[in-house]
Design a protein around this ligand. Sequence first.
Ligand SMILES: [Zn+2]
Length: 71
Amino acid sequence: MPLYYVSNEPNEEGAHVVHRSTCGYIPSGKKQTFLGNYADVHDAIEEAKKIYPVIDGCFYCCYAFHHKKVV
Ligand SMILES: [Zn+2]
């Protein structure tokens, strides 16, 4: 199962972006929080929502959830 991370710094739209560990656009260093190992990206999004109120899926690795922000 893929590992997922959420960025600690919001993007220009104020959303914290969820990435797979294999994504080339994942923030480097400590600018990300490890979410866990999920078969479904939806579960990773749900976990991220416990940490940050506004979440977005990465355009490149979580496209199904891109711009499906939950406020
Ligand atoms: Zn990504």
